[in-house]
Design a protein. Sequence first.
Length: 404
Amino acid sequence: MLSERERQILLLVATGLSNRKIAGQLDISENTVKVHVRNIFAKIDVASRTEASLYAVRHGLMDVPAPPQPAEPHPAVVETTLPTAEVLPPPTLPRAAVRRPLPHAGRIAVGVALALSLAVGYGIWAAQPVAPLEAIKPINDARWKKLPGVTQPRAHVVLAVVNGDLYALGGGDDARQRRLVERFDSTTQQWQPAPALPFALAQGISWSDGSGVWVIDARGDGTIHYWDGVDWRRTATQNAPAEITQLVRWQGMWVVLAGAEGSAQLWSYDQEWTPLTVLPADVEAAALVVNAEQLLVVSTQGAVYSYAVEKNSWLRDGDMGQPWGTSVAYSVLGAILVVQSEAPATLTVYSPGQGVVGRQAVPPFVTRGVQLVPWQMQLVIGDDRGSTLVLYQALYQNFAPIAQ
């Protein structure tokens, strides 16, 4: 079905390369790559680079490197089956009562990373019932590594992956720092200066699909900025909700959790800002995550809820098994990943419709994590200032869930 050139480009897409980098590697124009990618998507019936990457893996078109040897043998692989989510139309709902937000959850720098998706998503698609977890698995030191902190640690710095590169954007206490951009050089393992932001970013809330990043300033005027690694574009919005703490993309809309303590609610943006819904009745603070077509919240007490549009209500999905008030959460192709940095420090994988499918202890240096970013087959966990960064290798040759 695919030509040799299309198969070649699909494999490069699956390794996380941008169209620009693929063009450079194949010595063809970027427009030619775009045409090929569009044709590939049509032939294999996918709508995103992540779906195309999973197609390549599921059909045996690419090999995945084995991880480094751990200090002790891996436990048995746990695989899960997820129900297929129903695709629902974007909701139009009235204003409702509000609840308290989770202060740091909105600092999650979200992106779609190929390798992490393969590690979790394909394992979930592999299809077997989930056995209950009996214990937290021991630390696997071979998978954890410290990264150098940014050269200028600063409050509210945003970590983001754009076209395969890791960046630190804005933050800080003065105008110069709020326009600062640093890029991590994988060769030298050092942070390098990059072109400055065209706007000041005091307290950025971000969302990423791996090829670009969208940011909105929690202290700003509601303008949404997009960066593809080269050019910045902006979407000015009117009457944006105040004090935004989280930003996700769901059902073709932007969805934010916003409001002061004790008066927060979900809003959606599609041409204009509209009140969407409230948090579940027993949830005072939660992380907002998107899993395929599902909109979910994970409360700091561990309860997981899925939003039912047609009923304008939240349905209880399950429980994480422990409170995680100082954690960061991220959703990727069928799993919710939670890193709890205070005792008991753990990395937990939750499968909607199934429950917790993996829980692993983390090293003591994984502390104060408030950002979680998939990057190059690994997971970057960072603190609020970018001074403490940790790398976790997420990819498994046998596609086991990340916490195994």
